[in-house]
Design a binder for this molecule. Structure first.
Ligand code: HEC
Length: 157
């Protein structure tokens, strides 16, 4: 009798665990892809990632350590991309930023930054993809830019 009780308690517990794990998995569906050796995860509730998946991928791989997943950067060191007046003022300059990097003082939302940013991508398509993502991520409403509009930028390596 005691054994049957223990067994049924065990069966119920196992069932509860299975149900909660599977509902956790289905509530947290994420699109997971693989590029090279780096796995990355695009949150299912990020409309900019759904619209610009290639750009989101590049952002996850290259930009997150400095500008953060939130796009808020690190105050005083890495400027924000979310609501950045500097980014939103000039799409072409933003494309140039990821192609060639920069190393001069800039002012973003009233705060001065003067840490160099190394070049991040080596071709127009990747640059346009990632900039279109950041122009529209985190509630940014920055429009889009095309390769045609930026292909006169000289890529300096
Ligand atoms: C090693 C850290 C680092 C990485 C990686 C990095 N950035 Fe930056 N980013 C910076 C810094 C520092 C500045 C300010 C540069 C300056 O003062 O010249 C900056 C400036 C910018 C700006 C202009 C300022 C603003 O906030 O609007 C944009 C746009 C930008 N980065 C986009 C990107 C994108 C997109 C990526 C990924 C493809 C990226 N950055 C990767 C450090 C980084």
């Amino acid at each position: 009798m005691k054994n049957i009780k223990t067994l049924s308690a065990f069966v119920i517990l196992t069932a509860v665990i299975i149900v909660s794990v599977s509902s956790f998995a289905s509530n947290n569906k994420v699109k997971t892809t693989k590029a090279g050796d780096i796995s990355f995860v695009i949150p299912h509730d990020d409309p900019a990632a759904a619209k610009f998946p290639e750009g989101a991928k590049i952002f996850q791989q290259k930009c997150v350590p400095c500008h953060q997943v939130t796009g808020l950067g690190i105050p005083g060191a890495f400027p924000p991309l979310k609501n950045s007046d500097y980014l939103l003022a000039d799409k072409k300059r933003a494309v140039k930023q990821v192609l060639n990097g920069s190393n001069h003082e800039i002012t973003v939302n009233g705060q001065k930054y003067n840490v160099p940013m190394p070049p991040q991508v080596d071709n127009y398509q990747d640059a346009v993809n990632v900039i279109n993502y950041v122009l529209n991520a985190w509630g940014n409403n920055g429009g889009t830019v095309t390769v045609d509009e930026v292909k006169d930028i000289k890529i300096v390596r």
